[in-house]
Design a protein around this ligand. Structure first.
Ligand SMILES: [Zn+2]
Length: 143
């Protein structure tokens, strides 16, 4: 990494340091660091890896935004989405979101194993698209 982006970043659901670097690069609109961080994320889709950390953050952020008092768990992130938001997701993002399962009595846990497998089967362009959607969702509330 050539330089750092010492910016405030909440995104408390995203814990992996490389995943947080990616979010900081995007917040700083630094294309070089974003490209480097994207490559690192797409290169590490293990369950404890960079992309998994981002996907988990995506699922938890969306669960917080989209649940209401009628929500029952487990539910996948696509089914949780309001219809407009669901339609706005790219097709590969929908497929991955359908496999992100929010669970626990308060919907505070998320299972993404199947989503990671689905993601691993996507082509490069679709993976990049999903990664963009995931990052946008996490940063939507950062301001
Ligand atoms: Zn940078």
């Amino acid at each position: 990494m050539a330089h750092r982006h010492p910016m405030k970043l909440n995104a408390e659901h995203v814990t992996h340091p490389a995943a947080r670097r990616l979010l900081r690069a995007e917040t700083a609109r630094c294309a070089d660091c974003r490209a480097e961080a994207d490559a690192a994320a797409l290169d590490d889709i293990a369950p404890d890896g960079v992309f998994a950390s981002l996907l988990r953050g995506f699922a938890l952020v969306r669960a917080e935004q989209w649940r209401n008092r009628h929500t029952r768990y487990p539910i996948n992130v696509y089914d949780l989405a309001p219809p407009d938001e669901g339609r706005r997701m790219a097709i590969p993002t929908r497929e991955v979101a359908r496999l992100c399962v929010v669970e626990g009595r308060a919907g505070s846990n998320v299972t993404i194993q199947d989503a990671l497998v689905e993601f691993s089967l996507l082509g490069d362009a679709d993976q990049a698209r999903v990664l963009d959607d995931v990052v946008d969702a996490i940063l939507e509330e950062e301001g």
